[in-house]
Design a protein around this ligand. Structure first.
Ligand code: GLN
Length: 385
């Protein structure tokens, strides 16, 4: 038989984030691998989604999302991010930020176009690029603060470079890009006429008083910045798959039809639940996330340190990279599997976020879990000591 899969699949690999969740479920372990986020969903959000189902809002929403949610997101971006996007034509509700980036990649990238990513990177960004036959180009960042060399960023540019992906706070390192770093990126984008793709899903997960900055607010960047975000983490609804993409009208008009083509629309009653949440929850709720997650971060970092798995303390998001080189094995996958066998705690092997062998001594641990689950995971990790 001459039938075969399309060539684009050769470059795609199933994410270790998902693989480790499966390995973890097999042994009934505690999943610190996938960023599942099993903390409590705000009652306002849950109730409004349930009410929407009961009230019969169970058919398709408009292809670019329910009006209530587009309006709520527009208000949120104005008040929280200092960004002005029209809910009619500049905001498209997508199936997660994953759907948002896929739509953006389909809209802008030709086969062979290059997009720069900072390493460690989020594998879904890489694979989304590969799925549209674009080419990821990497710029190294160095611990402890995962900073980059501006000269290396410039050197990564080529005539095929179309854009730079900026994920801040970053998955997996927790890096929160500083104003001066974003200015460097902004300058390059202006000089070389590049798109800026941002993934801001962890915008509320900030520690030690850090601030989240949206690149689209920088002078003259609004038109070239494609801002992507999701409510998965903010409302602990990772399974609801609600994200959005905001951009200048001239680009945004392409996104709705693409989003429609891939999945028609995100689930309508869930969109209405999220819209109500955005309307009702105030600064207290968002401040609460920072405090709660800073505590969780400190807790897991202490346990990792005690376990001899030294962490690079994250500035934001809800992941921590740690040195797992004392665990048996040659690769990070072997080490992560050894940890799972020994403690019943799953982490993601570093090779999911780094090229070559650089990730082999690293594991990523998610701390977006209930206090009870996190306490049990920490207790198990500390037994390694
Ligand atoms: N963003 C989450 C993570 O990095 C979940 C991703 C996923 O399952 N695709 O773990």
């Amino acid at each position: 038989m001459a039938l075969k899969l399309a060539g684009r699949l050769e470059a795609l690999q199933q994410s270790e984030i998902r693989n480790m969740s499966i390995e973890c479920a097999r042994v009934g372990g505690i999943n610190l691998s996938q960023g599942v986020c099993n903390t409590e969903v705000p009652i306002e959000v849950r109730r409004a989604a349930a009410e929407a189902i009961e009230a019969g809002a169970n058919s398709y929403s408009r292809y670019d999302g329910a009006e209530e949610l587009r309006r709520a997101l527009s208000r949120k971006m104005r008040e929280h991010n200092g960004l002005d996007y029209d809910p009619e034509g500049e905001i498209i509700v997508t199936v997660g930020a994953t759907g948002a980036f896929y739509v953006a990649a389909l809209a802008f990238l030709e086969p062979g176009d290059e997009v720069i990513l900072f390493e460690p990177y989020y594998g879904y960004h890489v694979n989304t690029l590969r799925a549209v036959q674009a080419v990821p180009v990497y710029v190294d960042t160095e611990p402890p603060d995962w900073s980059f060399d501006p000269a290396a960023l410039e050197a990564a540019l080529s005539p095929r470079t179309r854009g730079i992906m900026v994920n801040t706070p970053q998955n997996p390192s927790g890096k929160v890009f500083e104003r001066s770093e974003l200015e460097t990126i902004a300058d390059l984008a202006r000089t070389h006429d590049l798109f800026l793709f941002t993934d801001e899903v962890y915008e509320h997960f900030l520690f030690d008083g850090r601030e989240h900055l949206s690149l689209a607010t920088f002078p003259d960047l609004r038109e070239r910045t494609i801002t992507m975000n999701a409510l998965s983490k903010t409302f602990a609804i990772t399974g609801w798959r609600l994200g959005w993409i905001a951009a200048d009208r001239r680009w945004a008009k392409a996104f709705g039809p693409l989003s429609d083509l891939v999945y028609v629309c995100p689930p309508t009653p869930l969109q209405l639940g999220a819209a109500r949440g955005l309307g009702l929850l105030g600064a207290d709720y968002y401040d609460g996330i920072r405090a709660e997650y800073q505590e969780k971060r400190d807790r897991i970092c202490t346990s990792l340190e005690r376990a001899g798995l030294s962490p690079w303390v994250p500035q934001g998001a809800y992941y921590v990279l740690a040195d797992i080189s004392r665990l048996p094995g040659q690769t990070s996958k072997q080490r992560a599997m050894a940890l799972l066998r020994e403690t019943g705690v799953a982490c993601v092997p570093g090779e999911a976020f780094f090229r070559g062998s650089r990730g082999h001594r690293i594991g990523r641990f998610c701390f977006g879990l209930t206090d009870a689950d996190l306490a049990e995971a920490c207790r198990r990790l500390e037994k390694l000591a």
